[in-house]
Each structure stands twice: as C-alpha cells, then as structure tokens.
Write a protein that binds this ligand. Structure first.
Ligand code: DAK
Length: 260
C-alpha cells in the first residue's frame, strides 16, 4: 500500500504513521484524511499490529489544523457535509478502532490537529508542543468532535476557555490539565511513545480492544452532541466572519470580525 501524504512503518507489533506534509505543518486536507482512513483500516485488522503511534513529520508540528486553503470557499452545506464525513472517516473512526492509537504530539496540535489527537486513545507530547482550538479566530467552531472530546478529557470549564479564547497552551499546561499523559524532550518523544506501545502490545489484544470499547461506552451516551456540533459548524460557513477569518489567515493579516 502506497501513500502520498503519509509514511507507514511496522516494527515489533507497533505501527508508526507519520503525516508527511511538513511544508504545510502537516495540515489535514481531504486527501490526507482519506489516506489516514485507509491506513488505519488496514492496520486495525492486521493481527501483527498491537498498537499504533501517530505523529507529524518534522520538529515543528504534529498537525496545524484542517487545511484552511481547502475549506475557505465552502458554503454551509459543504461545511456540514465535510464535517460529517471527517467524523466518519477519521475522528470517530480512530476513537472506535480496536487497536489503541497513541498521538505523539511533536509540536503544534491545532484545530483539526488537536481534534485528531483527542480522538486517539492516549496523548504524549514533546516539551515544545503547543495545543489549541483556534477555530473562533477563523469564524468557525471546532468541527471534528472537539466540542465533545475536549471537555471529556480536560473538563467543561477548561474546554470553554480553550475554545472561546482560541489560545494555544504549552505542553506543561496541557500536562497539568490532563490533556496529555506525559511530556518528553523532542529526542525522547518517539522512543518513549514506542515504550508505551510495547507495554500495550505485551497484553492480551482482545482484552485491550474490549477495554477501548468499554471505556468509550462510558462517554458516548449522547450521539446528538456530534449532530449539534456538525450543524453549528456548518452554520458558521454561512457567515461573513468565516469568510473574513479564513481570508485573513491566507492573506497573512489580522481578521476584522463584524459579527455577521
Ligand atoms: N492550513 C493550511 N496551511 C497551513 C495551516 C493550516 N491549518 N497551518 C499552517 N499552514 C501553512 C502556512 O500557510 C504556511 O504555508 P506557506 O505560506 O509557506 O505556503 C506554512 O504552513 C508554514 O506556516 P507559517 O508560515 O504560518 O508558520 P509559522 O511558524 O509562522 O506559524 C502557526 C505556525 C501554526 C502558528 C501558523 O501556521 C498558524 O496559525 N496556522 C494555522 C493554525 C490554525 O488556525 N489552524 C486551523 C484551525 S481550524 C472542516 C472541518 C474542520 C475544520 C475546518 C473545516 N470542514 C469539514 C470543512 C477545522 C478547522 C481547523 O482546524
């Protein structure tokens, strides 16, 4: 299986998935989302793979968000439809895999990038990592499950703060808030994530996969919350502030939001 946007390696029952759009800070475009879906689908049924580590290429970013250039011209229907597709192909898909996925956050994890990490079963980070959901600075809200999963992991009040300010937090703060399980130096990050994966790989695979299902079941009693997010996210695409926010980013200037 060959990929254009990913690199895949398997070693000692661990699979390593690296997103290779380093020049765009590994931003998630639809081709990358599709490839991730294919890679995770294949790895999840590979009996030789007991845990998966995902990271971004380079030292700067895990994933700096969904690809703003790709969605800046979308309308409400397109925004809503693509949010739904993203949930199915990647975000809910990863969360519900039988194989545990560890996000090794090696730099920026922003917007859809942080949402991808939130979908993973565990998160470890390098000490230079910066995490945030900056969607409100673009005239959007998180559209890939962030409004549900962030609060589940760090608590409602902190989730409101991160989403409403759109500000990034440091690796230290993320550790303090329980957003990541461990922090390591950049050099240590992948070896330590591998160590964690190997500990999981030594355990009974069916027990591990059932434990994922059982833990997820405790948090998924409200299917409607994703539907609410999808519809409100789509509605943002009908606003002038969304056009202003994404244009300002692409034109490298500050947005001037008018509230309509
Ligand atoms: N999308 C597209 N390109 C991006 C990008 C992104 N999210 N993030 C970075 N890049 C590109 C930059 O445009 C630049 O490209 P060139 O100009 O070199 O061609 C290159 O990556 C390097 O970035 P910078 O030059 O900006 O690097 P700096 O070190 O100066 O700054 C930064 C790093 C991470 C602070 C900055 O790049 C930044 O603010 N990036 C954007 C962060 C962000 O707002 N992320 C998006 C969050 S919103 C959707 C579903 C979900 C979503 C949207 C739609 N649909 C279903 C339609 C989710 C939205 C989000 O994720």
């Amino acid at each position: 299986m060959t990929f254009e946007q990913l690199h895949l390696k398997k070693e000692n029952k661990i699979a390593f998935v690296t997103i290779t759009r380093e020049k765009k800070l590994n931003a998630l475009d639809s081709a990358t989302i599709q490839e991730l879906h294919e890679a995770f689908s294949v790895l999840d049924i590979d009996s030789q793979v007991r845990a998966i580590v995902i990271m971004g290429q380079g030292q700067k970013a895990f994933v700096a968000g969904a690809d703003i250039a790709e969605f800046s011209s979308f309308n409400q229907q397109q925004g809503e439809a693509l949010s739904r597709l993203g949930h199915e192909k990647l975000f809910a898909f990863v969360e519900n895999l039988s194989t545990p996925v560890i996000a090794a956050i090696n730099g920026y994890a922003l917007g859809g990038g942080l949402e991808l990490a939130l979908s993973c079963h565990m998160r470890v980070a390098s000490d230079n990592a910066r995490m945030g959901l900056p969607e409100v600075t673009l005239g959007l809200i998180p559209g890939y499950g962030g409004t549900r999963r962030l609060g589940q992991i760090i608590g409602k009040g902190r989730a409101h703060q991160m989403v409403a300010t759109g500000q990034m937090i440091s690796a230290d703060k993320a550790m303090q808030w329980g957003l990541v399980n461990e922090i390591y130096t950049q050099e240590e990050l992948v070896p330590k994530a591998t160590e964690l994966a190997l500990k999981i790989a030594a355990n009974a695979p069916i027990s591990v996969s059932h434990s994922i299902k059982a833990i997820n079941a405790q948090y998924s009693n409200s299917v409607e919350s994703f539907e609410t997010e999808i519809q409100l996210f789509g509605a943002c695409f009908a606003t002038n502030d969304f056009k202003e926010g994404t244009s300002a980013f692409l034109e490298k200037r500050k947005p001037d939001f008018k509230g309509n």
